[in-house]
Write a protein that binds this ligand. Structure first.
Ligand code: UDP
Length: 416
């Protein structure tokens, strides 16, 4: 039975046809033709959390869209003890340039937990896509009869050399590596591809909301609506620089009346989140609200209602929150790093900043000038419409999988 088409289903999956009003009929036709070529392929994605963070957000939407287009696409999540996720979080940090004490014990726990997951995970697919460092070694435990792709989402502009040396032989077992930007390319024998993430305009984080619905969400969390809102939505993670956001806000507050809302969640594969959240709590006051919740309708409401969205990251693989806010016509002040630089055109569709003082100055400017906000917001939404919708992401993946499909059908598949 095809679950995507069952007549009794009360839930209707969004399909590529639903993107027509955004991308036009011709683009939809082109994507459908590509999907037809891959119809009934069986693809699996493997990552390490079902929610919290951009990878889970991407996979929940992309896997459904691909199934709705006839490509059977699954999503498996590896399990692990807290010590495993503590090690993989350190790896995540080290891939973004931090120091790491990579001991033999850490390597052993990492590889052993991934091996145990491999034993439980029976794979018989046409393509396997493994996301980020947590499940990376899993490839070592399978006889490879199809293409395996490692999709790394982090900011790889300056990875820790020792960690990279340890991971590189595992990475090179893959048939392709996908990173978000050309500047993340590494010295590897494996071919590297560049695909930027994208947002789902129909998800609860991004779908249209009425003013009444927005009011209801803000009231539910007791968020004051008398002064303009300055908001950052992010996992509680030091790379997102929440402390810098608070400092920038305090400087800006000397010149304009506004309320800061920091809203964040803690992913199941991120054991540092709670500590970062707690370290900020002392800064909370009437005009600085700090919320740790998982509520995508609240994220949506804040991104719509905010006068300014901040994403003051120090490192950022891509930064879905930036595209999400831009889609809602809200100007974003982003750190001039990683994927944020590819989304915001400085001074046109938002601002790129290098320090706290610049961030404060841009907050003041935007809060004071509704016309500038509206101009930038219009430009921001158009940028996302053209470049950062999920329809484009699905097409990129189909192109990559399609290229393998041809190669593997001609060579490897026939022999196995
Ligand atoms: N997010 C959320 N609630 C929060 C914080 C973040 O739903 O409190 C979502 C956010 O809307 C976005 C994703 O988590 O879709 C974060 O992705 P991003 O690429 O910005 O950062 P990552 O967490 O992957 O580093």
């Amino acid at each position: 039975m095809d679950v995507t088409e069952h007549p009794a289903r009360q839930f209707k999956l969004k399909s590529i046809e639903d993107y027509e009003s955004f991308i036009g009929g011709e683009s939809v036709e082109g994507i459908l033709r590509k999907a037809e070529r891959l119809r009934d392929m069986h693809v699996v994605n493997i990552n390490s959390t079902y929610y919290g963070g951009g990878v889970a957000e991407l996979l929940s939407s992309l896997t459904l869209l691909m199934n709705a287009s006839g490509i059977r696409t699954g999503w498996r999540v590896i399990e692990g003890r807290p010590d495993f996720f503590s090690i993989t979080k350190k790896m995540h940090n080290a891939l973004q340039g931090a120091e790491m004490n990579l001991t033999p014990l850490k390597k052993q726990i990492y590889e052993e937990v991934v091996y145990e997951n491999a034993v439980r995970m029976h794979l018989d697919h046409d393509v396997v896509i493994v996301h980020d460092p947590q499940p990376l070694p899993i490839i070592q435990h399978y006889r490879k009869i199809c293409p395996w792709i490692w999709r790394c989402h982090v900011d790889l502009s300056d990875p820790n050399a020792e960690l990279w040396k340890y991971l590189a032989p595992m990475i090179e077992r893959y048939d392709a590596v996908v990173v978000s930007l050309p500047e993340y390319a590494q010295k590897l024998h494996t071919p590297q591809h560049f695909i930027m993430p994208a947002i789902n305009p129909f998800s609860s984080t991004n779908k249209e909301m009425s003013d009444a619905e927005i009011d209801e969400r803000l009231a539910h969390y007791d968020i004051p609506s008398d002064w303009p809102l300055v908001v950052q939505v992010s996992r509680f993670d030091r790379w997102k620089d929440p402390q810098g956001v608070i400092e920038a806000f305090r400087i800006a507050r000397k010149e304009v009346d506004c309320t800061l809302v920091l809203v964040g969640n803690v992913a199941t594969d991120d054991p540092e989140g709670q500590e970062v959240f707690e370290s900020l709590c002392d800064c909370a006051e009437e005009r600085i609200r700090i919320l740790s919740v998982q509520d995508s309708a609240l994220v949506n409401a804040l991104q719509r209602r905010a006068a300014v969205i901040l994403q003051k990251s120090i490192r950022e693989g891509f930064g879905l929150t930036v595209a999400e806010a831009m889609w809602k016509g809200t100007p974003v002040i982003g750190g001039k790093v990683g994927g944020i630089r590819h989304q915001i055109e400085d001074g046109v569709s938002g601002f790129l900043v290098e320090d706290i003082e610049q961030a404060a100055e841009r907050i003041v400017r935007l809060v004071k000038d509704p016309r500038l906000r509206s101009q930038m917001g219009t430009c921001a939404r158009e940028t996302v419409r053209q470049r950062f919708l999920m329809s484009r992401l699905m097409e990129n993946w189909m192109d990559l999988i399609g290229a393998f499909e041809t190669n593997f059908r001609l060579s490897w598949r026939v022999e196995t």
